[in-house]
Design a protein. Structure first.
Length: 234
């Protein structure tokens, strides 16, 4: 690991997820992390984009809860099984990071619907194609059309979902849920234990979906331990 900047703390600013709350992060910039170093940070609640590593240290709120799925025990719900059957014509693949104009088009389309801020190509490339740790890309094709793309980091014990985007003209395929199922399967094929889904916020609909994949573990900021959260309903 090559530390490019010591750990710093951001100023308080309005929270993007919970109205009326403020947020603060501790962060640093680094490159050259190996699988084991990445797992150390993931297992302690850190996330990253490109060279930028961060975790919340909000003074009045600890509702951003790191969540990871237990890969070898994961069991699909009935609705998830139906979705997999419905999407049998989708072809997914996993490989090295591979920027293309089509990937950026999907990002712009997806972000224009779900996000307020859309990165220009240089910022997008910096965030997702500056490889500071072992990383890969998932792609989902319908016939010859690239319909969705995921960005993943590969630690010694898990896969971490960094970001996922899809062409909104294919919304009927529920790519958000489908990609998680397939990426959990891929983590299992690699013999990994965890699939990190980032921060779960129960009060935020945009983030609450992450709790639909069980069994999972959530991170307790006070004790710095992971706690199992049960199993999916049948």
């Amino acid at each position: 690991m090559i530390l490019l900047q010591d750990v710093k703390t951001s100023p308080l600013s309005p929270c993007h997820y919970l109205p009326g709350e403020t947020w603060k992060f501790e962060y640093f910039f680094a490159r050259g992390l190996d699988h084991t170093e990445l797992e150390w940070f993931l297992s302690r609640g850190w996330r990253k984009f490109g060279l930028y590593y961060f975790r919340p240290v909000c003074p009045s709120c600890r509702k951003c809860i790191p969540l990871r799925v237990l890969v070898h025990d994961f069991t699909m719900t009935r609705s998830q099984k139906r979705l997999v059957r419905k999407n049998m014509d989708i072809r997914e693949s996993f490989g090295p990071l591979n920027f293309s104009r089509r990937v950026y088009e999907i990002y712009r389309d997806h972000s224009g619907r779900f996000e307020k801020d859309i990165s220009e190509p240089p910022e997008f490339i910096s965030s997702f194609y500056t490889e500071s740790c072992p990383s890969l890309q998932s792609e989902y094709h319908l016939d010859e059309t690239l319909a969705a793309v995921g960005f993943l980091d590969h630690s010694s014990r898990g896969l971490s979902s960094v970001y996922f985007v899809f062409d909104t003209s294919f919304s009927r395929y529920s790519f958000g849920t489908y990609s998680i199922i397939r990426e959990i399967d891929f983590a299992k094929s690699l013999g990994l234990s965890y699939y990190y889904l980032g921060y779960y916020i129960a009060e935020c609909p945009k983030m609450a979906y992450k709790y639909r994949f069980h069994p999972c573990e959530t991170f307790d900021w006070k004790t710095e331990t992971w706690n199992v959260q049960g199993v999916n309903p049948a």
